[in-house]
Design a protein around this ligand. Structure first.
Ligand SMILES: Cc1cc2nc3c(=O)[nH]c(=O)nc-3n(C[C@H](O)[C@H](O)[C@H](O)COP(=O)(O)OP(=O)(O)OC[C@H]3O[C@@H](n4cnc5c(N)ncnc54)[C@H](O)[C@@H]3O)c2cc1C
Length: 449
């Protein structure tokens, strides 16, 4: 039986290992942390289920649903209301009501002119939607071959989302709705991503129902790991592959060891890959040096009373004196908070995150409370607060990143017997990580890595 070492037990690595094991490979997963799951962690604090983001996914997320079925958690999938998001506008909270197509927002905060402008974005999306399909397991990532060779696509990909939206829907509407939604969903300023990536995201959510897993998404990683040989507290320090096999060196406490295998899958955040793989090819190294992640701070406010807010998330348009992208409301998830309690998760904006990174938890909590008090949410009385700093929340699909990714996927100079997976190779979130894991498993199984 051919052997494969998978480095990293996040969603991508575990999913890849599961698929390889099912295909008959002898698999072992090495994980540096004492626990599996990577960035997907759930904390249980006195009856509150504290999850990264609101740990949501959509009814269209095929990789995620196939894994959830496999680990027999399908009965715990719940759908959120069809109108889950809102935006603050003129001192009120205005619901955003997608009519099957998220570009046709209906909201009390939209004028007739706004709706017509958003229609222009819809036309743009329809023009590109086939080419910008959200990462199928087999096939191109982000952009189809035809798109990659067209001038229109090249412009779309090289352009920042902000300048593109200014052309298509105008600055006012960008600032009022689209930029706040994107920033809150991705945890970074809309200026940072490419126009093409917005259309990839729209493709992903168009017509889909928002969903979550009752009891926490970490059940998926825990159950997957239970079926696999996983060594935790085992930090991989370097790995080398040759045409006839691979050697992986690791550290457990102050003890060093190594393992040989026929192939290796590196399932780490893209920024960590080059450090442990000294012999990857120049084009691979060049790609990994250009991978970026956003960092973020969020604050969970555990409340003594329900919020009575009927939305999953409320985004705040950027304005002077307000450092938050928005809040997510955990009460909408059944079982996430004790009866008669509520929970808000406030996300700091990118600039505020940078300023507050070294601040104490108490200072960050004060900042969040002060900011919320000038929004329609007002003062909140919480019984307990949890501040989380995330050094890598999500990969940044900045202008020209999709083109780099396409070149990386099509590269001819590949390091033998080495495959890579992780969300940064597909998109944002759990679905992207799982899809990348399936793809890496398929490359190994078909002898392409
Ligand atoms: C705050 C937050 C909110 C989020 N909200 C959502 C959401 O609502 N919906 C959604 O779909 N997604 C969300 N995500 C994103 C989602 O969690 C990630 O996209 C996904 O978990 C990434 O998985 P991965 O396997 O690619 O990487 P990771 O989870 O980063 O896995 C990499 C693993 O490699 C291990 N590792 C690192 N170095 C070594 C080494 N040298 N040796 C061995 N192991 C090593 C790490 O410990 C880790 O376990 C959120 C993420 C964060 C942080």
């Amino acid at each position: 039986m051919p052997s494969v070492v998978v480095v990293g037990a996040g969603l991508a690595g575990l999913c890849c290992a599961w698929r390889l094991q099912r295909a008959g490979f002898d698999v072992e997963v090495l994980e540096a942390a004492p626990h599996v799951g990577g960035r997907l962690r759930t904390q249980r604090v006195g009856g509150f289920l504290v999850e990264p983001g609101i740990a949501s996914f959509t009814s269209h997320d095929r990789s995620l649903h196939s894994v959830v079925n496999h680990v027999e958690l399908a009965s715990k999938v719940r759908s959120v209301s069809r109108f889950p998001d809102a935006v603050t506008h003129a001192g009120t909270i205005a619901a955003l009501r997608p009519v099957d197509d998220p570009l046709l927002f209906r909201s009390q905060s939209l004028s007739a002119v706004d709706v017509v402008r958003l229609l222009r974005l819809r036309i743009e999306w329809m023009r590109w939607r086939k080419e910008l399909a959200f990462a199928p397991v087999h096939g191109p990532v982000g952009a189809g071959r035809q798109a990659q060779t067209s001038n229109g696509y090249a412009r779309l990909e090289a352009q920042s989302l902000s300048s593109y939206l200014d052309q298509i829907i105008g600055t006012a509407l960008r600032k009022k709705i689209v930029a706040p939604l994107v920033s809150h969903a991705l945890g970074l300023d809309a200026e940072k991503i490419s126009a093409a990536y917005l259309l990839v995201l729209i493709n992903r959510v168009a017509g889909a129902r928002p969903q979550y897993l009752a009891g926490g998404l970490d059940q998926v990683t825990t159950r997957l790991a239970a079926q696999l040989p996983v060594r935790t507290c085992c930090e991989v320090t370097s790995l080398e592959t040759q045409s006839d096999g691979a050697r992986v060196r690791y550290r457990v406490g102050d003890r060093e060891g190594s393992v040989v295998a026929d192939s290796v899958v590196v399932a780490l955040p893209g920024t960590r890959v080059a450090d442990i793989c000294p012999k990857i090819t120049p084009s691979e190294r060049g790609f990994f040096e250009d991978v970026r992640y956003a960092r973020s701070i969020d604050v969970h406010l555990m409340l003594r009373e329900p919020t009575n807010i009927p939305y999953r998330s409320i985004c705040f348009p950027r304005r002077r004196g307000l450092g938050l992208y928005g809040v997510q409301v955990a009460d909408v998830k059944s079982g996430a908070v004790p009866v008669d309690a509520g929970m808000l998760r406030a996300t700091l904006g990118e600039a505020t995150t940078e300023r507050a990174w070294q601040a104490s938890d108490a200072e960050i909590e004060t900042l969040v409370r002060d900011d919320l008090s000038i929004t329609p949410i007002g003062h909140v009385a919480s019984s307990r607060t949890l501040v989380n700093r995330h050094s890598a929340i999500a990969p940044v699909f900045y202008p020209s990143y999709l083109a780099r990714l396409a070149r990386f996927n099509g590269r001819l100079d590949r390091t033998p017997r080495l495959a890579f997976c992780g969300d940064y190779l597909v998109g944002n979130g759990a679905e992207a990580a799982l899809t990348s894991g399936m793809r890496a498993a398929s490359q190994i199984a078909h002898g392409l890595a």
